[in-house]
Design a protein around this ligand. Sequence first.
Ligand code: NAP
Length: 511
Amino acid sequence: MAFAITQTCCADATCVAVCPVNCIHPTPEERAFGSTEMLYVDPKACIDCGACADACPVDAVFPVDSLPPAQREYADINAAYFDRPETESPATAGSGTADHGPNFHAWGEPSFDRVLPSDFRPLRVAIVGTGPAGMYAAEDLLLHTRSEVTLIDRLPVAGGLVRYGVAPDHPATRKIGDTFARFHSHPRVRLHLGLDVGGHITAEELAAHHDAVIYAVGAAGDRRLGIPGEDRAGCVSATTFVAWYNAHPEVAPDAVDLSAERVVVVGNGNVALDVARILVSDPETLAGTAIAGHALAELRRSKVREVVLLGRRGPEHAAYTRPELLALKHRAELDLLVDDHDPRIGAAIDAAGPQDKAGVLRDLPREAVDWSAPPEGTGRRRRIVLRFLSTPVEVCGDEDIRAVRVTGGAGEREIPAGLALRAIGYRGVPQAGLPFDEATGTVPHERGRVTGAPGTYVVGWIKRGPSGGIGANRACAAETVGTLLADAVAGALPAPTGGPKAFRRLARRRR
Ligand code: NAP
């Protein structure tokens, strides 16, 4: 018997650190770690100790013989990873980290009893943003150094995208928020909620009261399609939709109207899958979750019978991850089919290997959908149509929307719909006091140090762009904190002019 890692894997490698036999891969030292969708247990090497399951922050690890039916295939998925010729063995693995000064993070080493150069004088570090990126940075500083951390969030509730981005039917993933929340009350942490840097206080004031400031502000905007009709009522960004069902304080309870029978979701990423899944879920299965009350009420009134997911490229290039697609396939209450409007789609699915994303679609029905007919779903049974090779060129209608016009395959056609959601990615927004690269929507930096701003650092999506799940932020934070500590050792941090008490008074006064 062995353990297997399943759908909710966040790939933050907490399990790798506790595995006594190094049977979980790819590790952060292996090249594949940077692009992996999840981590895998080698069943031949696993000694069945369960340390990984105990350490997993998102309840993703189970003994193979107790996998729930919908997760049983993960026994094979884990084993298959080690059968692939390209899988690196620990002996041949290339190092993912180059040598850039002192390494404060030998991965997974217990470090509470280590004396670091930076510990001669504890640093005072402000972290702006309490989502995963900010919290991994805080955890790193608190566990590896004697730093004091000022945690700041402009919202009245901490958590960032863990609180306002993860779908309510993913409770195991949301659970990682509990792990982060333990640090909110750490004796060396001061938490300031409802404090807006750039609004209540300036970046300069924050910097003047700390040795260093780390911005973990994420990507608060969303990408635009740039097509006619995009601003019509009824064409809504998925970021708004996600924030709506998660009760984000800045999104109105009536921001979404589900009176249409067909919804078009533009985009093929995991956010597109999240919103499609919520739209077709039986609302009673969401009733016991953290979903916003107003969203549950609207879903109970919903007329939606069919959701069309539009991918501009083929199934082999879809941005969603295999575990999320597999989970959708296992939803008994919904029909999932591929619109067979172009022969290249079936060809790509048939050519895919069993480990490829497109291969997951092999046993799904394929049908050339007749878009002039009404949506197919009936009663509580709804359907999701995956339409690849289709690029939206117009959101058609008058006040409300009537259809989305797409091009691709046999030419242009209109897909009738009453609601269009664009799930084409988040985008960073400029942060007062920091440089900004308009092309990438990120802050220019070198290994986390903001260009031309000594003592200022970035981590997470504002640093590397809006891609990668929660766990990707752990390695990202390790890099930024490593740079910060190296700067501290080199004496390159500007000295603060105000102390912690003065900062608390300032924050209280301004808020
Ligand atoms: P994403 O993964 O970058 O996907 C964006 C999608 O939008 C892609 O399919 C992209 O197509 C498409 N797109 C972009 N511009 C377009 C345009 N002009 N017209 C049509 N399609 C366009 O972004 P995301 O879904 O927002 O996810 C962000 C990150 O969060 C990802 O790393 C994701 O895995 C993660 N996340 C994970 C979970 C989970 O694990 N459950 C849930 C939510 C989010 P192209 O590929 O052709 O560019």
